[in-house]
Design a protein around this ligand. Structure first.
Ligand code: UN1
Length: 505
């Protein structure tokens, strides 16, 4: 077990408090390392360093800034297997997902650094021939990044890659469940020679994250995580002039399976969406809305897979589902399973308490759960059908009538992040595309697996802005509509007179 540090102003440094916390492997409960527990004082030092470094960083060219990111891109590729394993050991998702997390991170870095050599902004015509108008962007300043444990490498780069290339400086607080991933990313930033203060890492809990939100030297906060915290971040910052927040939160995502669906695709897509990452993606589906004509067959095939889907050692290539991240997630999952029962669920698969005999030797202390699947009469007020669980907790809901009815049920939740329709009739698919209230929509696919060159983010309770890929540019820059006059006279658009009349003429 090794001890780690914050990375502030180009230095590895212990915390002001001297307190440490541990990272725990959710499969074994083995301690993976200890990390300094950041305090508001540590955050304040990091923000001061980021604010000082801003002017000289913004003065560099896009391409110069991006060169550092290209070094990080190569490090992510060179350390792929090593970091993929750290992801799996810290957050418990199976190894192909651990590696994919790192791959998604370098895709994001590639996108941001590549974008540095692309044209920026627009040339905009003016009514007045002598006027040249352009749209330009300026970095906002210090960007605070608060990121979750379920994508502990990819999501930090959704936030930081574009922010840095655009000329901002960064203070990052990774999730307390995945500080080791945070540490490796900071090593990469340090190795890439990013100037002191441009990138800062403060490890710790919510109080450190809150100190970022409270510090008015932080111009923009990018947050990905729970709706509860995200909305409080957006509320705190919303009223402050000059500051902005961009938050991506959870979902109560659904898959609609219509009467025309190909059931091979439907079952495959539903299993992937509900059980990959042990249901702990913000895009995971917890509701399967299935037409009465195909309901019985879909149910029996989905239940068969849910009964047998392999839960086990996340480092084993054959595993489909690893453990959930911590005790809190286990408890929340059980709480919602009980709630579903009390709200009238007919339980179809209950592997919530996995027998020890199903776990590999030495793993019985881990945070294990298996699929919990139920069917239930549709009730728009049932909490189990409307609140996010973040686990392999899945409801089958039967519908009759047309796609309009399915989409009505699909939309009857406060969230709106991701969803999918499985159908062979293009009219049903297009109806869903146009009416489903989500930021990410899929046809004949799982509702997980977005790529970085698409915007990522939701509507309704799922998001305020989109802290991802090209959309994040909006959050980390201010636009200037710049107009230059090439004439010696001033002439105005809209027929506005430019004459100045005075008394006595
Ligand atoms: C999340 O669900 O928390 O679309 C992020 C996906 C991944 C990112 C998911 N690219 O499934």
């Amino acid at each position: 077990m090794s001890s780690h540090a914050h990375y502030i102003d180009g230095e590895w440094t212990g915390g002001a408090s001297g307190e440490e916390f541990e990272s725990v492997d959710p499969a074994t409960r083995e301690t993976l390392g200890s990390f300094p527990q950041g305090t508001p004082e540590d955050v304040s030092r990091a923000v001061a360093a980021a604010a000082d470094a801003f002017d000289s960083w913004r003065e560099r060219s896009y391409i110069d800034r991006a060169e550092h990111l290209w070094d990080v891109f190569h490090e992510l590729r060179d350390r792929h297997d090593e970091l993929g394993e750290v992801v799996t050991r810290e957050c418990g998702k199976e190894i192909s997902e651990g590696r994919a997390d790192v791959t998604e991170a370098w895709h994001m870095v590639e996108w941001a650094a590549g974008n540095a050599r692309h044209p920026h902004g627009d040339i905009v015509p003016s009514e007045i021939a002598a006027k040249d108008s352009y749209m330009r962007r300026k970095p906002r300043g210090v960007v605070g990044c608060i990121t979750p444990w379920n994508f502990p490498v990819a999501i930090p780069f959704w936030h930081m890659a574009v922010a840095l290339v655009e000329g901002n400086t960064v203070v990052w607080k990774p999730a307390e469940q995945t500080p080791w991933c945070g540490h490796v990313v900071a090593e990469m930033m340090a190795d890439a020679g990013i100037p002191d203060g441009v990138f800062n890492l403060v490890q710790g809990y919510g109080d450190a994250g809150n100190a970022i939100v409270e510090d008015d030297r932080v111009d923009t906060v990018l947050f990905t995580g729970s709706a509860e915290v995200g909305h409080s971040v957006a509320d705190k910052i919303g009223g402050q002039s000059g500051r902005s927040a961009c938050c991506e939160m959870g979902g109560k995502n659904a898959i609609v399976v219509t009467d025309t669906a190909d059931l091979d695709i439907a079952v495959h897509a539903a299993v992937m969406s509900s059980f990959k990452t042990t249901g702990q993606r913000c895009v995971s589906s917890e509701r399967l809305i299935v037409h009465e004509d195909v309901y019985d067959e879909f149910k029996s095939r989905f239940v068969d897979v849910a009964q047998s889907v392999r839960v086990g050692d996340p480092l084993d290539e054959e595993t489909f589902m690893g453990p959930v991240v911590d005790r809190e997630q286990v408890e929340k999952f059980h709480r919602y399973n009980d709630l579903a029962r009390s709200e009238g669920a007919e339980v179809l698969v209950d592997r919530a308490d996995l027998p020890e005999t199903m776990l590999p030797d030495g793993y019985d202390e881990g945070f294990w759960v298996g699929p919990f699947v139920y069917e239930m009469e549709y009730d728009p007020d049932a909490r189990c059908l409307t609140e996010e669980v973040f686990g392999p907790h899945v409801a089958l809901i039967e519908y009759s009538g047309g796609i309009e009815r399915a989409v009505e049920m699909h939309n009857a939740v406060d969230y709106g992040l991701a969803g999918a329709v499985i159908a062979e009739d293009y009219r049903q698919i297009n109806y869903y595309r146009d009416r489903a209230e989500v930021g990410l929509a899929y046809g004949n696919l799982p509702c997980i697996g977005a790529e970085v060159q698409l915007p990522f983010g939701g509507v309704k309770k799922s998001g305020v802005g989109a802290p991802h890929a090209r959309e994040v540019i909006e959050a980390v820059t201010d636009r200037t509509a710049w107009t230059l006059n090439n004439d010696e006279d001033i002439e105005m658009a809209q027929g506005l007179s430019a004459d100045i009349t005075t008394d006595g003429e």
